[in-house]
Design a protein around this ligand. Structure first.
Ligand SMILES: Cc1cc2nc3c(=O)[nH]c(=O)nc-3n(C[C@H](O)[C@H](O)[C@H](O)COP(=O)(O)O)c2cc1C
Length: 279
């Protein structure tokens, strides 16, 4: 299907289980169709990503909006095989990290702003949670914009938040100073396969009109579980020895099992140790 309106409609139907009306004359349809067809890529061809292309994509990503124009997001490019190998050794459950020709780390930079205040001889009475939050939001927006830019150029990406399971080690490895923390990594490469669309919760659940309306969440989750299982059933169940083997194993069962164990409970300690105040 080459018509962008039709292919977008098909992608969004797969994603949300809803057939949206799409005006075939809408400007920007090619771009919208590409966004709608997003898929994470975890298998890459061995060929590298040219430095000029990567720099261009970083420039596009950093053209994203920035809270108060404060520009508190940075991108750290890791190309050295040995450094990618060291990171991959920490994340053995994610072999795609080692395979990626380039690994990026999106940084929340809460450091520049207080340094600027010092350079300009001004007080900085804003060393509180908002500094961490603003920098993290900026980094997340830059990450999403990089992904969108890279996909437009035909590259495939996989964000990697699991680096935060090893935040101190990563921070030392990449020589991150105080008030600079990794928000997520990202594998970047030329995709080896097309990959599939991952269904999302219905728009009924996640788009609210005028005021927040939860509706019958249990019923909505059940129907999402069924829709998703029809196209993307889970191959394995988490911790069957702890939770048993479910006769129907859907997304919500998987997420509930995943979050039945403390995850990254020490992250706050890491962030504080990096000099952020979270109050
Ligand atoms: C902030 C962020 C962190 C992520 N961290 C990981 C990760 O550590 N490992 C991984 O394999 N995928 C990671 N992903 C990819 C998600 O698993 C993926 O986006 C999700 O399953 C939905 O699939 P889709 O992007 O193809 O729609 C991450 C995605 C985001 C946005």
């Amino acid at each position: 299907m080459s018509d962008p309106a039709q292919s977008m409609q098909a992608a969004l139907f797969e994603r949300f289980g809803e057939r949206l009306d799409i005006d075939a004359k809408l400007p920007g349809l090619d771009e919208l169709a590409r966004i709608a067809a997003h898929r994470v890529q975890r298998r890459y061809q061995p060929r590298g990503v040219a430095p000029d292309l990567l720099r261009l994509l970083c420039a596009c990503a950093l053209s994203a909006p920035s809270k108060s124009d404060l520009q508190q997001a940075d991108i750290l490019i890791v190309r050295e095989k040995s450094t990618i190998g060291t990171i991959a050794d920490l994340l053995t459950e994610m072999p795609w990290v080692r395979q990626a020709p380039v690994f990026l780390v999106f940084l929340a930079n809460g450091r520049r702003l207080p340094v600027i205040s010092q350079l300009r001889g001004k007080p900085f009475p804003n060393d509180h949670l908002d500094l961490f939050f603003n920098a993290t939001v900026d980094a997340a927006i830059v990450l999403a914009t990089f992904l969108r830019s890279a996909e437009a150029a035909g590259l495939g990406c996989c964000p990697i938040s699991v680096i935060r399971d090893h935040a101190s080690v990563i921070s030392k490895l990449l020589e991150l100073p105080s008030k600079v923390i990794p928000v997520a990594g990202m594998c970047v490469g030329w995709p080896e396969e097309e990959g599939g669309i991952s269904p999302r919760l219905s728009l009924e659940t996640t788009v609210h009109e005028e005021r927040y309306a939860e509706g019958d969440l249990g019923q909505q989750i059940d129907s999402y579980d069924r829709r998703r299982a029809a196209s993307r059933p889970y191959r394995n169940q988490r911790e069957p020895e702890r939770f048993g083997v479910a006769s129907f194993y859907g997304w919500s069962e998987d997420k509930a099992r995943q979050y039945a164990t403390p995850l990254r409970a020490d992250f706050g300690d890491f962030v504080r140790a990096k000099g952020f105040y979270l109050d």
